[in-house]
Design a protein. Structure first.
Lengths: 142, 142
DNA sequence: GTCACTGCAAACATTTTGCATGCTA
DNA sequence: TAGCATGCAAAATGTTTGCAGTGAC
């Protein structure tokens, strides 16, 4: 965490040249409304014929996150997952036992998150939410 | 993801002997109502004088998660973070720019999560939620 | 005494970084 | 042409696994 004072570190990571690779990554990420892992995106681009290095994909994604264009979270497997901001998103209800996943939408949560953020003086808010439980099938089986 | 069929895998990770190390890990995890990373727990135990191997900590935590005693999520840094179940928990509102963190409580979310889970036939539900935004200080500074 | 648990270290997977080169502006 | 972005490969970090020894039952 290291709440660094950040007195004068400009962290100047603003992309200044627009390249084919960078656009390819951004485009690929835009294709899906869901989270994609870095490796996944890299594989997709390779498959699509675009020859992009893995490091470049990571760097492009980092840039997007820093620019606030994309959101980052960690998948259960420990991989980094990215999603474009502004895309209508949903949350996942995952069964702890069999891994079954249900997509759920939560307007209430969106509203609450926004309200809570505003109340604390925060702006430009995004959130990640995941639900874990045991599905009916697994309960019956237990 | 690999939605494995799991026809008859008994998931044989049921601890049969209670050892000092295992209890130390569980105890350490119980101390804090918040998420702790595996490395953090390991360091704490070492500092406390208990000589526990890192691998053992990981194995103990895995066991706790599989037993449903603890919850697992991934920290932003990509580390595995664990928390005992049943502890009253809160959520974090994190500033994307300076890293400032505010703790927020969300009864609305708890309720919504529970309701949503029940509606889909899920039981024994837990959730993880994190909010990201830009705090007032950083906005003023920009 | 048996066998599960532990601890060390090596193996692994993912992500980051250094450096020479290519390409955008 | 100048300088940023790329690509490769090596390094770093976090986690898992194999195997021999220890301790719980």
């Amino acid at each position: 965490m290291t709440a660094d004072t950040d007195t004068s570190t400009p962290k100047r990571t603003v992309r200044e040249r627009s390249t084919r690779q960078f656009q390819a990554v951004r485009d690929e990420l835009s294709q899906s409304p869901d989270f994609r892992t870095a490796q996944e995106i890299h594989a997709s681009l390779r498959a699509a014929g675009a020859s992009v290095g893995l490091a470049t994909v990571y760097r492009a994604l980092q840039t997007l996150v820093e620019a606030g264009t994309a959101d980052l979270l960690r998948s259960a497997a420990g991989e980094a997952a990215y999603r474009m901001c502004g895309t209508s998103h949903h949350h996942h209800l995952v069964c702890r036992s069999c891994g079954k996943t249900v997509e759920v939408q939560g307007p209430a949560v969106e509203t609450w998150a926004d309200d809570m953020a505003t109340r604390h003086g925060f702006n430009d808010v995004s959130h990640t939410l995941e639900l874990f439980g045991v599905c009916s099938d697994c309960q019956a089986r237990a």
